[in-house]
Design a protein around this ligand. Structure first.
Ligand code: SF4
Ligand code: SF4
Length: 258
């Protein structure tokens, strides 16, 4: 008699809050790896791939998007309760994204009214905020959207019981490896030194300044970089406005003393 052994696959959930769903699309569009993923894990919920979610216990939950409504907040808390490991995936989940650009500045109610007028919302709007503003996050996979190779490497490590390893250097590191001329030499607004790397310096490779879409580099010297950008003739307010575009709410903890 054949020695049949049932393979128990890790249970995975992939969720989207407020955002463009680009990170989920990265998964769907990665034809080379997606069949391996479906063979290796038991996907319980993935709105891009199935309209029939099972909302039980999970080994790993991947959450994309910022928390922007009360309904999303309840959903996120429920996911956190059911998941052994929660991974924030992409800029909006990590930093709040552009929708969190003005979070905390005291103008939220006015802005909501300007855009929506006096409507009855089905769910109360909240100021955009990263996932870890509300629940504990175990791991982060940055990107806007995430890089498919890095995301699948993170998934592979997680389902084998290891920790994902984020790219440890800022964008400038990859930019130098790609032998680009530094845009700061031409006094261009590049956020490479204070932005988490891993995108292979996608923008400077094409002569475009980094706008920080992978979120802050935790080891970045924000003070020095602000001073350098100010020496180019930019005001502090302008720098903060631009850096908050993708740094969202999260960037505040890095620039609070500036
Ligand atoms: S162009 Fe930008 S990313 Fe490249 S080295 Fe200069 S500051 Fe860094
Ligand atoms: S904005 Fe910066 S972090 Fe985002 S893709 Fe371009 S170089 Fe990379």
């Amino acid at each position: 008699m054949a020695n049949e052994q049932q393979i128990i696959k890790p249970k995975i959930g992939i969720y989207g809050l407020t955002g463009c769903a680009g990170d989920q699309l990265v998964i769907i569009h990665t034809e080379d790896e997606i069949l391996n993923l479906f063979n290796s894990v038991d996907i319980k919920s993935f709105v891009m791939a199935s309209s029939n979610p099972e909302e039980g216990e999970l080994d790993v939950a991947f959450v994309e998007g910022s928390v922007s409504t009360e309904e999303e907040l309840h959903h996120l808390k429920d996911i956190r309760k059911r998941a052994k490991i929660l991974v924030a995936m992409g800029n909006c989940a990590l930093c709040g994204g552009p929708q969190a650009m003005y979070t905390g500045d005291g103008t939220f109610d006015t802005r909501v009214k300007q855009v929506y007028g006096d409507v009855d919302f089905l769910t109360k709007p909240l100021e955009g905020a990263p996932v870890d503003a509300y629940v504990e996050v175990d791991y982060y996979v940055p990107g806007c959207p995430v890089d498919a190779k890095q995301l699948f490497a993170a998934i592979a490590r997680l389902i084998h019981g290891s920790s994902p390893e984020p790219y440890p250097h800022p964008v400038c590191h990859e930019c130098k490896l790609n032998e680009n001329k530094c845009l700061l030499l031409d006094k261009k607004f590049c956020l490479g030194p204070v932005t988490a790397g891993g995108c292979n310096s996608a923008c400077p490779n094409h002569g475009l300044p980094c706008v920080g879409c992978w979120g802050p580099n935790p080891d970045g010297n924000f003070k020095e970089h602000f001073e350098l950008l100010q020496s180019f003739g930019m005001t502090k307010e302008d720098i903060v406005r631009r850096i908050r575009n993708f740094g969202g709410h999260k960037i505040l903890e890095y620039i609070k003393d500036l």
